[in-house]
Design a protein. Structure first.
Lengths: 94, 375
């Protein structure tokens, strides 16, 4: 994984979104010809992706909410957004 | 993350797990005549098609049942004037909407209507990289130029676009040019799909099935494109399973992930299932989608592993490939409950090897996809 600056702002690419699957009671990422199951950690992170909030703020917010070490949260967030950017699910606004 | 539309999830013992995807075949009408069309040989006439209200109800029922994605297909789904209304309705129900189109009926007005309705994604089919090759397959003059214009419009709109190329012995050599075309047009996703041999494809198999050398070259070409484009382009590659030693997990398992609805409302576990004899195909005009999915004979028939004969029953891959394709087993062996003859463990593997021997020679002429005169 490349180093990603926490100043960057992720957004869902057009044609992708996070969605609650009410029948199966789970979160899914809808994408072209794919739907990815978002585990609880991924779902918490992706609910903060609004195209305006930088990674730094997302990580700070999750660190406070889950009372977990910031470095652990940061690692999870950066790994997820990097993976989803590679899969064309997320894009960078800045 | 795992793609849940194709992941293997064993069905529950009581109520089957709900479907993830609905293939909505809105019409069998199409300006093209591709000789490998996935539609059945007996095409359904316009007069029998479901109405707009009937499709709306089907979309309601699909969303309530647990479908996440609806693929509007055909025939050419844009031949239905109510397509934007159906897209809008599906979007309101939270369904992900995908349009699978030939593009020959696309123009700015039509795209604007679809975009305003909330269409999420377009999968645009190409028959080849040039007018001559495309015309030979699609049988429509000027189709290639219309498709290229359709791709430009979709990309300019900012909607994600997948280019789909069905490959066979006549065009498989041009896979590198297919990727170049996709890059020039700005498509971020490409699907290179070897022809599947059911219905029309099976009828034209000797003219379409590539040689082993062609298959191996196509694998090298796709690998080279993956290397070249990296994450800039998502590439799906569907291989012709005749050359494989083990069958594909057709539809992710019968009655497990996918549901297909024909233009007249018949509900099928896959688009070729109507070839299976001796079973009734339920219709959304007479029953609810959930009732059909959960209780009908056709969906229960090959769901899970209880129906399996040997060599599948004792095979350690039985919950990986689910016995392969039922329609292929029927087409090649005459028995829908036989092991998929692609499998090296099948006693009917010779039926596939005969086709491979024919492919080393090839045939010239196609039977084009057309409505047949009613008797």
């Amino acid at each position: 994984m490349d180093d990603i600056s926490e100043d960057r702002v992720p957004a869902f690419a057009r044609g992708t979104r996070l969605q609650r699957d009410r029948v199966r009671e789970q979160w899914v990422v809808q994408a072209p010809e794919r739907a990815f199951l978002a585990d609880p950690v991924a779902a918490e992170i992706l609910q903060q992706v609004d195209g305006e909030t930088p990674l730094r703020t997302i990580i700070d917010g999750l660190t406070a909410a889950f009372e977990a070490p910031r470095e652990v949260i940061a690692r999870d967030v950066l790994a997820l957004v990097s993976d989803l950017a590679d899969r064309q699910v997320l894009i960078w606004k800045t | 993350m795992e793609d849940v539309t194709t992941a293997n999830v064993p069905p529950a013992l009581s109520t089957p797990a709900p479907p993830m995807s609905l293939l909505a075949e809105l019409t069998h009408r199409c300006p093209l005549q591709c000789p490998y069309c996935s539609n059945p040989l007996g095409l359904e006439p316009k007069a029998g098609e479901l109405s707009t209200d009937e499709w709306r109800r089907v979309l309601d029922e699909a969303a309530a049942l647990g479908v996440l994605q609806v693929h509007f297909s055909g025939g050419e789904p844009m031949a239905r004037k109510d397509l934007p209304d159906l897209v809008r309705h599906a979007v309101r129900k939270g369904l992900y909407t995908n349009l699978i189109t030939s593009g020959v009926l696309m123009d700015q007005t039509a795209l604007d209507q679809l975009a305003a309705a909330g269409l999420d994604h377009v999968q645009l089919s190409f028959q080849d990289v040039d007018e001559a090759g495309a015309g030979r397959i699609g049988g429509m003059n000027g189709a290639q130029a219309k498709k290229i214009e359709a791709a430009r419009l979709v990309v300019a709109e900012g909607m994600p676009l997948t280019l789909n190329f069905v490959v066979h012995r006549l065009n498989v050599a041009r896979i590198p040019q297919m990727f170049t075309l996709a890059e020039e047009l700005g498509a971020r996703r490409v699907e290179i799909a070897h022809t599947q041999y059911y219905g029309w494809g099976l009828k034209n198999r000797s003219a379409l099935l590539p040689t082993r050398a062609q298959l191996e070259q196509s694998e090298r070409d796709v690998a080279a494109a993956r290397e070249r484009f990296g994450t800039r382009m998502a590439i799906d590659f569907v291989t012709p399973d005749y050359y494989a030693d083990e069958p594909k997990p057709c539809m992710g398992g019968w009655g497990q992930r996918f549901v297909n609805i024909t233009p007249s409302g018949r509900v099928l576990p896959c688009h070729a299932a109507e070839t299976i004899p001796g079973v009734e195909f339920p219709s959304v005009r007479k029953a609810s989608l959930s009732g059909i999915w959960n209780e009908s004979d056709i969906f229960a028939m090959f769901r899970g592993t209880d129906w399996m004969p040997e060599p599948c029953r004792s095979c350690d891959r039985k919950e990986i490939d689910w016995g392969g394709c039922r329609c292929q087993a029927l087409a090649l062996t005459g028995r829908a409950d036989a092991a998929d003859p692609v499998c090296r463990r099948s006693e009917d593997r010779a039926t596939v090897d005969v086709a491979l021997a024919e492919a080393s020679v090839g045939a010239e002429d196609f039977v084009y996809r057309r409505y047949m005169r009613q008797p």
